[in-house]
Every structure is written in C-alpha cells, then in structure tokens.
Write a protein that binds this ligand. Structure first.
Ligand code: PMP
Length: 350
C-alpha cells in the first residue's frame, strides 16, 4: 500500500477471486463457470466495425429482449458489468449507518467487501447447523437484506414462498435476491417484483448463459428501484456494457434452447458427481446450482484442494472455520468429472 492511498481504504480487505491460473492447463472446477458454449456461431463483425463508437448506455435492444423473456416492462430492468457491479450499486444505494446490510455468515464473500468499500456496517446472520437459512431470522428486521438464492457456496435454495415472507415483512427495506445460480433448479422470484416495490432481483449471464468472460449482470425491480440504480450507474460509468458483450448476449438470448440444453446437461452431471462422491464416502449438500459442496472424513478440505491442484484439477476451498472441511466443485463436463473422480480415488485410497 502506498503512502498516498486515502486513509478510508487503509484497512480494506479486497475480495479474493478464485484462481485463474495461466501457467498450465488445469481442469478448472473452481469458479462456477459453464463448461459449455452457449452462443452459436455468433458474428461480432457489426460490433467490431462500429467499435470506435460508444456503446448504447441504455442497452435498449437487450432490455427489450429480456423484458419479453421475463414478462416485465423495459423500465424494470438494467444491466451491469457482471452482477458484481450491480451488487455494489445496491450496497451503495441501500445501505448506510441507519440501514446496515444483513446477510448469512456463510454466503458470497463479496457482500462483506462491498459493505467495507462503501464504509457501511453489516450484520452476519449464522446459517443453521445444516448450513441452511432460517427465514425467521429475516422476518421484520428493518435492515437491507442480501440473500443469494440458491446460496453459495452451499448450493441450498429457499422456496419462492419463503422469500415472499421475507420481502413482505420488510416493506420499508430493500430485499436483494442474488439469483446467480437460479437456472440450475430453484424458482426465480422475478414475478414478485410486480407485487413488491422493495424487491430487487440481481442476475448474471456468467453461469447458465456461459458468458463469464464477457461480464454481464442485470437487475430486475420496480421502476423506482431501477431508477435509483441507474442514477448511480450514470454517476460512475454510463457505458458499463461494451458493444461486443451486448451482441453476444443478444445471440445467447435468441438461442435459449441451447442454454436450456446446457443446463439440463449440468444437472445430469451434478447428479452423476453427487452419486460418485457418495460411493467414495463423501457427504454432499443437496445442490440447486452448477457446483456441489462436499466433504469427507478421509481428508481435510484444504489437503484435498491441494492434492487435486497438484494433479491438475482446480476446486475451491474456503479457509473459514465453519466450512473448512468442505471443497466446492464446479460441475464440468462428464469427462472432466471422470478425471476428477479418478484423482480423488488416487488421493484417498492410498
Ligand atoms: N453472486 C454470486 C452468488 C456469485 O457466486 C457470483 C460469482 N462469483 C456473482 C454473484 C458474480 O458473478 P458475475 O459478476 O460474474 O455476474
């Protein structure tokens, strides 16, 4: 840290993204990307030919397309550079000393970082022993609530009716539902935005839509919430979505069958991996996502992560007391999972 850095960032602990190594080729099962392509032979020629022009700051064609799909109004959606950017807008807009952020103690690690970078307090609510969320902890709490549904890294999901109870009993506060993994087996709460002004749903093109490298996230909410978030976006970076990403995203939305097909394969592979891990004595949380959270008595989470890495397979381990026994494994192709299983056998059956 230089002596010039503002004191307000002196103690900032940044988010640590999963490893993205370039030194050698790994089987990469550590950052919940899709192993499959979603866009079919998309041509980016138009976007490239016009790259000297700024991108459309309103993302109009994309908004129209997604409004159709989600059956919402075009004023009820906006886009961001990855959903991380939208989450930050939400922390900026809706948390302060009067209304701290509230989220589970085990959840997406960036929530804590966004609170810190925005210098707003947060409260972590412990998950139950089985790592599920107790919705009673979120009823009538008068705080800005952030819930990843399904949650990461556990993979567990709340039902739509449970989320509705939380939204309904906190009418004076924003409830942010981060639906990064919703397409892999849980129910989206997007339809509830018509009923509740305080619900903000955040989604991403990084997971089921296979566009992690293009960076595209979105918010769906009542017009006045979208207005707030746009005020922040226009105050920071109006051209936050580049034209190449817009073209790619339009193509992916037009080929939704391919996305659905990929999702189906990922769910099949998730079931396959869960069964194989069970045969090896692992206990795996019932996942509604494109990853599993699993542990065994035979080896610590940290050692399993390291041994797999030594053998060219990357998974994710979190050095957090409550979940240190686990590793999080992204669902890859069947071949990748077979290699993973083979390596796990080598490691634990010595
Ligand atoms: N929310 C959750 C729960 C996530 O796991 C991730 C991915 N790391 C994100 C949001 C952010 O995804 P992106 O910025 O790629 O849209």
């Amino acid at each position: 840290m230089s002596e010039y850095l503002s004191t307000k960032y002196k103690n900032l602990v940044p988010y640590v993204p999963g490893e993205q190594p370039r030194d050698k080729k790994y089987i990469k099962l550590n950052t919940n990307e899709s192993p499959f392509q979603a866009s079919n032979n998309v041509s980016l020629d138009d976007a490239i030919n016009n790259i000297m022009l700024y991108s459309d700051p309103t993302c109009l064609s994309l908004r129209k397309k997604i409004a159709d799909i989600f059956k919402i109004d075009i004023d009820e959606i906006m886009f961001s550079n990855g959903s991380d950017e939208m989450l930050n807008f939400a922390f900026m807009a809706y948390t302060d000393n009067m209304t701290p952020a509230v989220f589970p103690d085990i959840t997406y690690g960036f929530y804590k970082v966004f609170s810190n970078v925005n210098n707003t307090p947060y409260i972590e609510i412990p998950l139950k022993d089985d790592l599920s969320i107790d919705i009673n902890d979120y009823i009538n709490i008068n705080r800005t609530i952030f819930i990843a549904n399904p949650n990461a890294p556990t993979g567990l999901a709340l039902s739509l009716s449970d989320i509705e109870k939380i939204v309904k009993t906190n009418p004076k506060n924003i409830v942010v539902i981060d639906e990064a993994y919703v397409d892999f087996g849980s129910e989206s709460v997007v339809p509830l935005i018509k009923k509740y002004d305080n619900l903000l749903v955040i989604g991403t093109f990084s997971k089921s839509r296979s566009m992690a490298g293009a960076r595209l996230g979105y918010a769906i909410a009542s017009k006045k919430i979208i207005n707030d978030l746009n005020t922040l976006r226009y105050s920071l970076n109006p051209y936050n979505i580049n034209s190449l990403t817009m073209s790619l995203a339009l193509n992916v939305l037009e080929n939704n069958d391919k996305v659905m097909d990929n999702v189906k394969k990922i769910i099949e592979n998730r079931n396959y991996l869960t069964d194989e891990l069970k045969k090896l004595g692992f206990s795996t949380i019932d996942s509604k996502t494109n990853f599993v959270f699993t542990k065994t008595d035979k080896i610590s989470g940290k050692d399993l992560y390291q041994e797999l890495k030594n053998r060219g397979v990357l998974v994710r381990h979190f050095d957090i007391e409550r979940i240190k026994d686990y590793v999080r494994i992204t669902i890859g192709t069947k071949d990748e999972l077979d290699t993973l299983i083979k390596k796990i056998k080598e490691i634990i059956e010595v």
